[in-house]
Design a protein around this ligand. Sequence first.
Ligand SMILES: NC(=O)C1=CN([C@@H]2O[C@H](COP(=O)(O)OP(=O)(O)OC[C@H]3O[C@@H](n4cnc5c(N)ncnc54)[C@H](OP(=O)(O)O)[C@@H]3O)[C@@H](O)[C@H]2O)C=CC1
Ligand SMILES: Nc1nc(=O)c2c([nH]1)NC[C@@H]1CN(c3ccc(C(=O)N[C@@H](CCC(=O)O)C(=O)O)cc3)C=[N+]21
Length: 299
Amino acid sequence: MTATVIDGKAFAAKVRGQVAEHVAKLKEEHGITPGLAVVLVGEDPASEVYVAAKHRQTVEVGMASFEHKLPADVSEDALFEVIDKLNADPKVHGILCQFPVPDHLSERRVVARIDPNKDVDGLSVANAGLLASGETGLVSCTPLGCLMLLRDQLGNMSGMNAVVVGRSNLFGKPMAQLLLQENCTVTIAHSRTKDLAEVCGRADILVAAVGRAEMVQGDWVKPGATVIDVGITRIPHPEKPGKSKLLGDVEFGSASNVAAAITPVPGGVGPMTIACLLANTLTACCRSNGLPEPEGLTA
Ligand SMILES: NC(=O)C1=CN([C@@H]2O[C@H](COP(=O)(O)OP(=O)(O)OC[C@H]3O[C@@H](n4cnc5c(N)ncnc54)[C@H](OP(=O)(O)O)[C@@H]3O)[C@@H](O)[C@H]2O)C=CC1
Ligand SMILES: Nc1nc(=O)c2c([nH]1)NC[C@@H]1CN(c3ccc(C(=O)N[C@@H](CCC(=O)O)C(=O)O)cc3)C=[N+]21
């Protein structure tokens, strides 16, 4: 079997188009422009690339983009002062602090400082709790993007066996909650899971978010499964000196011979993450203004 390759890049462009349409309507009918603020601490090259992409796409869909670049040695107090200002700013509907942050800062404390209504990363305890309780909050962008791809691919997921490899707060846990909400039978695997290959082999939906390049082999995959590859590992390009290459957590070649559908890296889940960040900012803006939410862009 040769799997369908799920085109996340094209799907993300479609999502951004829907966001742009809704943003235009908000401006025209209500004079409101949704705004996203991104805080970057230090000079991590990968983070700079992501933040630049976020800024460009935010502007492209007609939203206001606010960037705050702080030095690597910024104190917690100074960072919190910036976050407090953004919390209070009515032009800002979404706030994201790019991770990782330098070691002297705590991601947990940074997230806790952001107003949960503006927490477009969905990482706050309030938003994680709302998701776990089946209530309405803001959902972490990458799992939301994976959900959109799965709904498009499979429609009804009720009764399917879903395996999520990875249990981070940013991805694995919220992904598992979303699949549970879709009535899947969900297994969460991690570094202590025994016989991971066998666990993966039971999955109708296999989601890998580990950060170990090409760990999931083709013979771990159930024939006909849908495989979502979240992992991103950057390695020096084997042929082009000075360039880098991205690898997923799934060995694409062997897995695509067994799966029914699979996301590639790059061009799969990654582009959906930024599209969903914009979707979440729009959702947060609509909620804070008491306006109806965009359809099809929330969990
Ligand atoms: N495409 C995108 O938009 C995004 C991609 N990513 C990528 O996804 C990957 C995961 O990210 P994130 O969740 O933040 O990472 P974390 O490092 O926070 O979590 C990794 C998870 O993988 C588990 N794990 C580690 N080694 C193994 C192993 N040998 N077998 C089984 N499980 C293992 C860990 O288990 P344990 O808990 O037991 O330690 C942990 O739960 C990374 O490559 C990251 O770059 C992340 C976010 C967005
Ligand atoms: N607070 C916070 N929230 C995040 O959501 C967050 C974060 N910090 N820190 C880093 C990770 C990683 N992440 C990605 C975003 C886009 C792509 C993406 O667009 N990837 C493209 C390729 C990009 C490239 O070529 O480098 C693709 O896979 O096709 C990937 C990964 C968000 N993260």
